[in-house]
Write a protein that binds this ligand. Sequence first.
Ligand code: ATP
Ligand code: MG
Ligand code: MG
Length: 349
Amino acid sequence: GSTIGILGGGQLGRMLSVAASRLGFKSHIFEPSANPPAADVAHRVTTASYEDQDALKAFAETVDVITYEFENIPTSALDLLETLRPIRPGREALRISQDRLIEKAFLADLGLAIAPYADVTDSTSMTAAVEAIGAPSILKTRRFGYDGKGQARLKSAEDAAEALAEMNGAPAVLEGFVNFTCEISVIAARSADGQVSAFDPGQNVHRDGILHTTTVPAKVPAKLQMDAVLMAAKILNALDYVGVMGVEFFVTPQGLIINEIAPRVHNSGHWTQNGCVSCQFEQHIRAVAGWPLGDGQRHSDVVMENLIGNDMDRMPELMADPTCALHLYGKADVKPGRKMAHVNRITKG
Ligand code: ATP
Ligand code: MG
Ligand code: MG
């Protein structure tokens, strides 16, 4: 049988491994830290650093195709891996999504609406950015941000110096604050032969910068849901993309604004595990393996809730609730802000 190589062993890598296994594939995880969540379910795990070229080479030689659960893979590792096996989704999607500034330019070039932005490297460019964008606004590091980390909010222009200091010298972008009515995301898949399938948009609520719930169907007009799906498809086609992508949107009275894209399975797509015949993890494995896509039609209404840190105290009650499909990540220690599990509550089926 074929083996799927997965860079990253967190919960996304774990759920990709489960999906691969269900389709008869083996999975081999590459992960620097010991005992990652995916290690419990993968067929093989390599624990090594992305600097270790011998380990990367040995990993690649055991797999047929390489995919990943996170976008911040070091370039040197990708340069080696791509000489050995196909990397799906491809390098271009990674290059763009690793850097907010490049990502915004890419989306703007496609004619898609994004928030006004300006690049910031020092106090001179920060002053110019605040003049151009104004406040309220958000300063975000160009690279490595997730769960709202690496961001500083400006209530007024007076917050500029403090926000810049929070970047610790890292290059950043200043983004105009979008007064959104709600947030939605589209999880879309594209196969190697160019077939595109999008899941229904999910409506997302964040808490402290971390995704809290995703609800389907989203309570936004059908026309906007269709717009979101078409925008996502445009991005996948422009990149000749193979795999699953998450596209986050702000819904405003003037229409949709794209917040960001992620070239991988996405937390806001976890509802598909219990709302569709083929979930996002299966669609991703199908795509990277060169299979046709499965059926991503929604058959149930679902509310996905992340269980973060001490939310795990609610497990006894959730375990006893027959409307709740539980997905635990097997993480040993509970820490504040740590994603431990999620629950898909079927609200109508
Ligand atoms: P993720 O874990 O989704 O990758 P991230 O760290 O990349 O998160 P963003 O998605 O940029 O962060 O921002 C997190 C949340 O902060 C958004 O979902 C939204 O609620 C809010 N936010 C971000 N940018 C803006 C903006 N320009 N205007 C208004 N709210 C924003
Ligand atoms: Mg992000
Ligand atoms: Mg986000």
